[in-house]
Design a protein around this ligand. Structure first.
Ligand code: CDP
Ligand code: MG
Length: 770
């Protein structure tokens, strides 16, 4: 037996409620009575051990518990809402396969599960597991990872409703900067993959968990991939820990092979057949020049001409989504005014990752009713990022509009800059998107690209994130978790060894690891902050510059989505509003100023609205700031400020240099032209409010749209680079380049010497690495 703890009370006389464990008493009685009846029926001995034991549970027993009047987890009577949702749950394909699930789950430590999006994996499986693990009895938790924040919060809310409990109690979620669980009470926990990875760093045994479910493994996020490697080894050390790897596409064999103990002992595959309806796919005849405009046009056309049924539109980000919603709302109003007899009401709902929770739940609201009993029917449009591709299922979608793009992480190891780029999706993604239209009945998918483009231009599959990400943060976590040999780590898809070495090198420059790759004290604290290493380094050293209060605010502002709103039809007004916050020095100081004004105005929503600022983002920044402040207190990082404004600005810039010395550019020629340390020409982003154009700047982001731009930029003195990152700026090993010459001019000016050091600089340079 895998679990020797028969903690369900005195099961020999299980017919009475056990004083030790009243929680399941009602179920126990019921099940015992049922067994007795069955046993008498088939003449078998009635004295067999009571079977409702952890991990020996059967689907029949769970069905009994589900149908019971009392909630076994709370001992409260089930509500009417519970019964209504249960009826809906029973129609899910996963629910129909409960018996098979328990047969496999009870016998095996690791299971690979495959089921179409919407079949009930995310909502049902953790509950099934809870009935089997009975985690609440042993103070354990069933974890289910999600690849996106919104998915974690939305699904946790749904499952809390399904189980008739309050969110944050028995069922909770944990995402970065937000923990909605209660210790000792929560036993089903939805969490982002990144959070679980972080936990594994502190508690390598993950001893709180009885079962860990990796959901949406097919998305192959960086954190999911690393987690799978960590869990694979952990499963050997902890035979009581069960793992379920869930995926929506049929790459199950890859996961099976990865988790196999030996080549002939693959973990079992639990496959739930989907129940989707056919979807008709339409392509455009010509290439589309503006997919945003076209998507809007398609939505309106569908609304005016197609049968009732909701619409799902894929866009790439918040700004686009808000823009599209705005335009659709306006145009529909005009249409209804012009054709009240034929055009019904249309509700347009945005969905993206930082949407506040109350807003998220709106996507599940039913479509609006017709304005009058015989008026034209209403319809719902959800405009979403690729969250709706496979993480969240919205029922009632019949039409999908797919422009064929999503924002994807792209990392350039040479510039060491990671950016989110609007890129073409893969064929697999396109088919996932199409599938969303066939949930409840046959649907239609409008692809805003030609068939030829689809066939010849789109990749088969999206590349796993680990092969296209900056690994610095991950490597720091692995080192902190005590994983010595990064190259030998068991990756599902191995990153290039050079990428790992580069990441170590960056950590070394940040003084997080020493020359032998061992974690330093600073590195250990850095790893504990839920921030990118550059940010955490800057924050931790900021008291030395007497500006940790200000750096804390800036860090919080850089950790939330952009606070600047720039609606497409109001760009001039938005830009003018932004000018009101201008302060000399640069964008980081402007962010600080915005935050302080927001606090002065007491989080006033009207104030944010007039100034084209995002109220949810600012509120989130306040929240993030508070949490980081608590962490700083824990690690005794002092909170200090300099009063004098210009002194403060100097200190902040110096602290910035301590973290972001690799993201530096210097001016070349006029007109906002700069050159990064590794000689990539870039432009100041139009949003950049630098009043002067300093010779040297530090930037937070490199974004590539029509051209490479640097965004969130602040002027610095180049001497600081040598002062605070002398190892990195040891120019002797730098290959000759325009940037190197510029830096050498700086050293000449400050030290007045040009001799030995610079002559030596001609050596090396073969690697071309900066
Ligand atoms: O994980 P998978 O895609 O297999 O399905 P799921 O997320 O468990 O969703 C199953 C069903 O639960 C959906 O079809 C929705 O009807 C419902 N659901 C919901 O109503 N509200 C949510 N927040 C999540 C799911
Ligand atoms: Mg799911």
């Amino acid at each position: 037996k895998e679990d020797p703890h028969h903690d369900l009370g005195d099961r020999q006389d299980g017919a009475g409620a056990s004083p030790r464990e009243p929680l399941f008493a009602a179920v126990l009685r019921e099940v015992a009575a049922e067994r007795e009846r069955v046993a008498l029926d088939d003449g078998a001995s009635a004295s067999r051990n009571f079977p409702y034991l952890p991990r020996e549970v059967t689907a029949d027993q769970v069905h009994l518990a589900l149908e019971h009047d009392t909630n076994p987890f709370t001992n409260q009577p089930h509500t009417a809402q519970y019964k209504k949702i249960l009826k809906a749950r029973k129609t899910l394909p996963v629910f129909a396969h409960m018996a098979e699930f328990y047969k496999i789950f009870n016998k095996h430590q690791i299971i690979i599960m495959v089921g179409e999006t919407g079949s009930g994996k995310t909502t049902q499986i953790p509950q099934f597991v809870a009935y089997s693990d009975l985690p609440h009895i042993k103070n354990k938790i069933v974890a289910c990872t999600q690849t996106r924040r919104v998915a974690a919060t939305a699904v946790a809310q749904r499952v809390a409703d399904e189980m008739d409990v309050q969110l944050g109690q028995q069922v909770g979620y944990s995402i970065r900067f937000e923990d909605m669980t209660e210790q000792g009470t929560t036993f089903i926990k939805y969490m982002t993959d990144g959070i679980l990875l972080r936990e594994s760093m502190h508690d390598p045994e993950l001893s709180r968990y009885s079962t860990i479910i990796i959901d949406d493994a097919h998305e192959r996020t960086l954190a999911t991939d690393i987690l799978m490697g960590v869990l694979k080894t952990l499963a050997r050390r902890r035979p009581d820990l069960k793992l379920i790897i869930m995926s929506a596409t049929l790459d199950a064999l890859k996961f099976q092979k990865y988790f196999a103990v030996s080549s002939d002992a693959l973990p079992p595959l639990f496959k739930v057949p989907g129940r989707t309806h056919p979807v008709e796919v339409f392509y455009t005849l010509e290439e589309v020049s503006d997919y945003v405009e076209d998507a809007i046009r398609f939505v309106l056309e569908i609304h005016c001409t197609e049968e009732p049924g909701d619409i799902l539109v894929f866009m790439t980000g918040e700004e686009e989504i808000e823009g599209v919603c705005h335009s659709i709302k306006r145009e529909v109003k005009d249409l209804i005014n012009a054709y009240p007899e034929t055009v019904g009401p249309l509700e347009c709902i945005p969905l993206y990752s930082w949407l506040p929770p109350q807003e998220q739940q709106r996507i599940f609201d039913p479509a609006p009713e017709a304005d009058s009993p015989d008026g034209p029917p209403g319809r719902k449009v959800v405009v979403s990022t690729n969250i709706a591709e496979s993480s969240l299922t919205i029922d009632g979608i019949v039409y999908v509009v797919d422009p064929g793009f999503s924002k994807q992480k792209v990392y350039n190891p040479n510039t060491r800059v990671e950016s989110l780029l609007v890129s073409p999706i893969s064929k697999e993604s396109a088919w996932q998107r199409t599938g969303r239209a066939g949930r409840t009945r046959p649907g239609k998918c409008f692809r805003l690209y030609t068939e030829k483009y689809f066939m010849s231009e789109l990749e088969e599959q999206t590349k796993p994130e680990i092969l296209r990400s900056n690994l610095v943060s991950t490597v720091l976590m692995l080192v902190k978790a005590g994983i010595k040999d990064l190259v030998e780590f068991d990756y599902l898809d191995e990153p290039a060894p050079e990428s790992l070495l580069k990441a170590l090198e960056v950590l070394n420059h940040l003084a997080a690891v020493d020359d032998d790759g061992n974690l330093t004290t600073l590195g250990s604290i850095m790893a504990d902050f839920p921030l990118d290493p550059q940010l955490s380094k800057m924050l931790i050293v900021s008291p030395e510059f007497k500006c940790s209060n200000e750096i804390l605010t800036i860090t919080a502002m850089l950790s939330v989505p952009s606070v600047w709103l720039r609606p497409s039809k109001k760009q001039e007004e938005a830009d003018a509003a932004k000018l009101l916050f201008a302060v000399p020095g640069g964008d980081h100081l402007i962010l600080l100023n915005v935050f302080n004004k927001y606090i002065l105005n007491q989080h006033d929503k009207d104030w944010t609205w007039i100034h084209y600022l995002s109220a949810p983002a600012l509120l989130q920044a306040v929240n993030v700031r508070e949490q980081l402040e608590r962490m700083m207190a824990r690690f005794e990082v002092d909170l200090v400020s300099v009063q004098d404004q210009s002194e403060m600005s100097l200190s902040v810039k110096q602290a910035l240099c301590c973290g972001f010395f690799m993201q530096v550019a210097h001016k070349v020629g006029g007109k906002r032209n700069y050159m990064t340390l590794n000689n990539q020409p870039v432009l100041l982003h139009p949003s950049c409010r630098l009043d002067t154009q300093p010779e040297w700047v530090i930037f937070n982001e490199l974004v590539v749209t029509t051209r490479p731009f640097i965004r969130t930029v602040t002027g610095i003195r180049p001497e600081w680079l040598f002062k605070y990152a002398n190892l990195y700026f040891d120019l002797r090993d730098w290959p000759d380049s325009e940037t190197k010459r510029a830096l050498m001019r700086v050293t000449k000016k400050t030290t007045g010497r040009s001799g030995a050091r610079i002559n030596k600089a001609t050596r090396g340079g073969e690697s071309g690495e900066v």
